[in-house]
Design a protein around this ligand. Structure first.
Ligand SMILES: CC(C)(COP(=O)(O)OP(=O)(O)OC[C@H]1O[C@@H](n2cnc3c(N)ncnc32)[C@H](O)[C@@H]1OP(=O)(O)O)[C@@H](O)C(=O)NCCC(=O)NCCS
Length: 140
């Protein structure tokens, strides 16, 4: 059975970095072996939710938020062998709990848009993003 945890205290950081390497997120930092930066980013996040199969980390996601007006969700990842088993949904439900009155932004990776649609997210008509590198997610 999968369990979900809020907070950082149970996280073994190398297991978390391995998870993101396997799901292909945080690629820029992982390729540059900037694991200390990933750890700092998670420590500075408002909420981190992880999914566990016993003592094995199988999923993770995080939110930046002021808890009053706005929040943003990042780095939603589930190990490939645990995908399509409701683990992502379980993590997101815990991450979004208590945030019903704030506006929440996120960017889906290509092909996963319906995962967010099923959680109640809607496509934004005028969202703009600024990346510090070339990104396939934005138009000119
Ligand atoms: C996207 C991701 C987090 C989804 O997690 P998951 O555990 O596989 O998703 P769940 O099993 O909880 O799916 C919940 C619902 O969304 C649907 N769904 C999940 N991924 C989907 C996809 N790519 N396309 C269409 N529907 C999808 C499921 O079928 C399920 O539908 P249901 O509630 O009607 O049964 C996971 O596939 C992943 O880690 N992908 C690689 C990393 C990534 O790209 N993450 C997204 C970052 S924005």
């Amino acid at each position: 059975m999968i369990s979900y945890k809020l907070g950082l205290e149970y996280i073994n950081w190398s297991e978390l970095f391995n998870l993101y390497e396997k799901v292909g997120l945080l690629r820029r930092f992982i390729e540059n072996r900037e694991f200390d930066k990933i750890q700092s980013a998670f420590q500075k996040s408002c909420k981190v939710v992880t999914a566990w199969d016993g003592e094995k980390l199988v999923g993770s996601c995080r939110m930046l938020s002021d808890s009053i007006c706005y929040g943003a969700v990042f780095n939603v990842g589930v190990l490939p062998e645990y995908q399509k088993k409701s683990v992502g949904k379980g993590m997101m439900n815990l991450l979004l709990k208590g945030e019903e009155n704030i506006t929440i932004h996120l960017t889906s990776t290509f092909g996963n848009e319906d995962f967010y649609k099923k959680l109640g997210f809607k496509k934004h008509k005028t969202a703009y993003s600024k990346y510090p590198f070339e990104s396939k997610y934005v138009e000119d």
